[in-house]
Structures are given as C-alpha cells and as structure tokens.
Design a protein around this ligand. Sequence first.
Ligand SMILES: *Cc1c(COP(=O)(O)O)cnc(C)c1O
Length: 415
Amino acid sequence: MSALQERDPEVAAVIAAEQKRQTETLEIIASENYASAAVLEATGSVLTNKYAEGYPGKRYYAGNAHSDEVESLAIERAKALFGAEHANVQPTSGAEANMAAYLAFADPGDTFLGLELTQGGHLTHGSPVNFSGRLYNFVPYSVDRETEVVDMATVAELAAEAKPRIIVTGATAYPRQFDFPAFAQIAQDVGALLLVDMSHFAGLVAGGAHPSPVPHADIVTTTTHKTLRGPRGALALTKEEHGAALDKAVFPGTQGGPHMHSIAAKAVAFGEAAKPEFQAYAAKIVENAATLADALQEGGLRLVSGGTDTHLILIDCSTLGISGMKAQNALQGSGIIANKNTIPYDERSPFVTSGLRIGTPALTSRGMGADEMRRLAAWIAHVLKDPDGEGVREGVRQEVAEFARAYPVPGITDA
Ligand SMILES: *Cc1c(COP(=O)(O)O)cnc(C)c1O
C-alpha cells in the first residue's frame, strides 16, 4: 500500500478514479497529453521542498547546490533542443511566461497586436478579462473569412497603422502554421518585437514536425505540458541580448520561489524530446491529425480552414445544426473527451460556441495510428449526427472503453 493510500485514502481514491478515467476514455483535447513515468517521478520528488529564489549561482537562500545543478541542466537542454541563445525555465504556467515577457519588453498602455481570442488567440493575447487586455492596448488581427487563415497583408496593414511595441502570434485553436518569417519582417518594418507563443506546437517544433519560430522571433514562450509532454509549466526563450531583461521579469518581476520539482521534470522532458523516438512521435501526431481530418470530412463534417497541418482540428458543428457545447457533451457521454471552441466569426456565444476543438497528441502518446484515427472519426461522426440518441451514446461509450483499455496510458502503466 502506498503512503498516500495509507494516510489519505480519500485523496488516493480520487487519484485512482482519475487514472481509471484516463485509461477508459479517448483524450482528444488538443492541449492535453500524458507525461511519462520519469516526468511524473521528478514532479513528485523532494525538490518540492526547496526555496531557490534567484538563478543558478545567484540564489537568495543557502543549500541550493542541487537546485543549481538541475536548473542548469534544464536550461542547457532547452537551449540545445530549440537552438535558442537564452532560456528561462522558471515560469510556472504559460500565462505567467507571457506576463513576464510583456513586463520585460513593454510598459503598461503600450500597443500590442494579437490574434483575436474568438478566432483562436489565447486569453493572454489581449482578452479584456485578462491582465493582458487590462494593462495593454491590444489590437486584434483576424483570419480571412473565406480561407479562415491569417492573412499576412492584413496583419502588415494593421501593424503599420497601430505601430505596436510587440506583435504576438501563436494560438490555442488555429489548425494551420503561422508564417514566422513574414511576421518577423512585419515586426522589423514597424520597429516591433516579435513574440511567438508556441505553447500548442512546441513538441512538434522539438521533434522537427513544424517550422521553428526560434530563428525569427525575439521572444518565444511555451507551455511544457502540451505537445511537449513535460510537467505542467512553461519556458521562455530569447536572443542573448534580451536574456537579462527576461530573467529579471520572471524573478523578481512576476514570481517568487521557482518550482524546482517542475524544473527537474522539465529537464527530463527536454531530454526525452531530444531523442530520435520523439521525432517519430512528433511526425506521427501530425500524420494522425491529417488522417483524422480526412476521415471526418469523408464522414460529412466541415473543418475550419478545410483541414490541418498541425496536431489540431477545429470542427464546425453548426453545419450539423448543433452547438459546440452540445457536441462536447454528447461526446463526453460516449467516453470521447474534447472541448467546445469558438470558430472564426462564430454566431454563438463563447460559452456555447459553434465549434469543437480536437487534437491527436495524447492518443499518439498511447501508440495509436491511422487505423485508430479512422475508428475514432467514425465514432465522432456517429455521435454528432445523433447527439440526443441515448442508445448511440451508451453503445459508443462501451466500445470506446474496451478499445481505450488496450492502449496503455504512459505514466500509469509504466510507472
Ligand atoms: C495553453 C496556452 C497558454 C497558457 O498556458 P497555461 O499554462 O494554461 O497558463 C498560453 N498561450 C497559449 C497559446 C496556450 O495554448
């Protein structure tokens, strides 16, 4: 019996139930993934006990020899993995990485450009309910109504007009690649810095399955727990010249003591992502998304922008006459876990939405491939075409549970 089971059976039971849920459902939320057993072990280590405010070699507390070692490892591995000149591995979340980056390179009231939230941007890219929208003047850019892809000529016009201090790109619900060289050119033309938030596709970049923003951007931020398969947390990369400003903005600018257990787990994840197996994994995520997108379209579903070139697919549920919320709930009842999402120029509210966002990182981590993607597409189409059919939902739920159990969840089965 584990210490947790013995001392706190209540919490232990919740965790056991969550393990069962993760094992018996198909996780297609595009921002989620399964950390490896090694990443989980580092996350649960005694490094959580240590205060290490400061940076390696410059701490405010004693006893940090091993904190220095592990943070230096994480920094060196992050720089090598992404070919970056400077890395800060302390941000505890993607939102905090962006907050630090904004604090480092802009002043309150400054103008930014960011992708409109309802078109796939992130809360921290200028939403009025977020610090970003409250402290900075965010001018949103949009996708083209016809192609549903970001039109660089429009971005260039907006940038020339708004003269932003920082241009932010990256997204949470955009199935296509951003044109980093074009964004860099626009930033240079208007004297702005370019910040690429690669939270969603960092693992694809690490594995060589997506162009890297690092050579083009002044600052790159990313979460570590999405396609990158690390612990919950974040990372910020910059050119050497901006390193000191970034570090100061993370600590003491926005955070106190770094989470050394997470930093150790980030080092483990960066080590895993540098292996050849991870290149195969990243390629498979993209391949699986393409197969899934084709199969969904063959099943009669409309996809925003007509498909994907990443890990992410956005289904337009309005052509089926249902909302994203209805789609999400019907699929959840069938053991398929996805999330409702606005689509470009959505006519429903952000709480109801007309879209469903799905992705392949987590299922690819369970070893699934093309056959499994076609099976999944058939289940999704079946449920979404009859979202009120209780019999349909229950039938699919039983099939899904049996199917899912055959694919071990990393970190649960090899722990
Ligand atoms: C997920 C995400 C974030 C926020 O990460 P948290 O760790 O949830 O704060 C920021 N930006 C983008 C583009 C994201 O996808």
